[in-house]
Every structure is written in structure tokens, then in C-alpha cells.
Design a protein around this ligand. Sequence first.
Ligand SMILES: NC(=O)c1ccc[n+]([C@@H]2O[C@H](COP(=O)([O-])OP(=O)(O)OC[C@H]3O[C@@H](n4cnc5c(N)ncnc54)[C@H](O)[C@@H]3O)[C@@H](O)[C@H]2O)c1
Length: 254
Amino acid sequence: MSFQAKVVLITGAGSGMGRLAAQRLSAAGATVAGADVNEEGLRETGRECERFRAVALDVTDARAVETAVADIENDLGPIDRVMNAAAIMPTGLILDQDAGLINRIMDINYGGTVNVTMATLPGMLARGKGDLVNFASIAGWVPSMHFGAYNASKFAVVAFTEVLYHENRNRGVRFACVCPPPVATPLLDQAKSNPKILEGLPPIAPEQVLDTIERNLDAGKLMVFPDRTSRLTYSLRRFVPGLTWWGSHKAEGI
Ligand SMILES: NC(=O)c1ccc[n+]([C@@H]2O[C@H](COP(=O)([O-])OP(=O)(O)OC[C@H]3O[C@@H](n4cnc5c(N)ncnc54)[C@H](O)[C@@H]3O)[C@@H](O)[C@H]2O)c1
């Protein structure tokens, strides 16, 4: 994979898969603009990237996103790839979470994806090239207890990305909607309500997710299910949804 002279914008680049993507794409020759609210995390990411611009940015702030994108394109050149990886995942039964937190999860996970997409996709379409990679989750297909607010935000990312793809396919931009099962990153530490379902789902390696994204982009496949568990869970939800709820009830004892 060569990314010589390419410019990549990655949100959530201060941790987890965003950080790993920044390091890999930088090693492949890209100039990476890494955006995050976690500035210390960005510094850490930048230490392992040759051409890295740290962008302190809250993706929920649409104006700040527009300004950041304009600055990046002025200074580094047109953006060739966007990876929307910023997200939070505080778990909890819905009625144990206050409305402010539920709305905040939606604002970051879905609203942030919308803000960054709206600021970058028109430029890529006008140039007739580019990649838009939106991180959803298997939780964007399969709802389960303790993940209600996160589920809602990721269902929204799936729908948004799927419609965008169909409205703009054949215009030179490649799309990926990434739907992993649990992945070994710091995000899982936010599951503080202790959903038992996670105990039966050992996290996969972030490398596996990033490798599958590249393969799917090359193959022109929109939905990225990086392993057997995510493919199986998706099929179960589609064809026998009662079974996924049976598993959720059994795991949580509710
Ligand atoms: N780790 C998993 O189990 C898993 C599974 C499926 C999908 N995903 C998705 O993959 C993506 C990457 O997740 P990860 O596991 O690398 O998580 P992570 O927690 O390691 O990284 C997420 C980053 O997003 C940043 N962020 C949070 N709010 C922000 C905001 N308002 N503005 C800018 N940045 C913000 C955080 O500071 C953090 O650095 C996310 O969209 C996540 O929902 C993760």
C-alpha cells in the first residue's frame, strides 16, 4: 500500500484504531492530520509518525471542523482520505443514563461523523477521488442491553454512510462503513456498567480491522465486517433477531 504524497485526515487519532491508522498510513508515505480532543494522545501518536499534523478538535463543533479542514487543505493539500474514528462508548441501561449523556453520545459518534463528512466529501467528489471511511460498529446492526445509546449512534452512522454511498457511487470516491465486533483498544474501558455480553466476545486486534478496511476499499465493498463473529452476528440479527435478544437477556440476566 503506497500513500506517497497523499493527505489523510483521521479523527480520534489520539488513541486506538485512529492512532494505529495514522501510524500505518504515515509509514506508507502519507501526511496525516490527526484530530482529537485528547492532545496528549495526539502528541503520543505523532511521535511515531513522520509527517503528522496534530489538530486539537472537538468533532461536535461544526464551525471548528470546517476551519480545521480549510487549514489542513491550505497547508498540506487536498485531502485524499478521511477516517471518522472519533467516538465514545459509555455503557449503561438506558434509564440509568441521563438524557444529556445519551445526546452527547449521539453528538460525537454520529454528529461528529456528519460534521467531518460534510466538510470533506464535497471536495473529494469534486476532485473525483478519495476515500471516506466511517467507523460504525457491529453495534450499528445489533442492539443489546447496556449499549442502547451507543447502538442508536452507530445505527445512525450505518444509515448515513449507506445512503451517502448510494447517492454518490460511481463518482470516484470509495466508501467504507466499518462494523467491527469488540476491538482491543482503550474504548472498551468505557464499558463501566460491566455488560456481561462482552465476556463472551474476546476483542480482536485493531490491525485486523484496518487490514479488512483496505481489502474492502480495493474490492469496492461498502460494509466492513472484519471477522467471523461480526459476519455471524450480522446474519443472526437479520434472519433470527430473537436469537440475538435471547443472548442479550441470557448474558445480562434481565
Ligand atoms: N474498540 C472497539 O471495541 C470498537 C468496536 C467497534 C467499533 N469501534 C469504533 O471504532 C472507532 C475507533 O474506536 P477506538 O476503539 O479506536 O476508540 P478509542 O477510545 O481508542 O479512540 C477514540 C478517540 O476518539 C476521541 N474522541 C472522543 N470524543 C471526541 C470528540 N468530541 N472530538 C474528537 N475526538 C474525540 C477520543 O479522545 C479517542 O482518542 C470508534 O468509532 C468506535 O466506536 C470500536
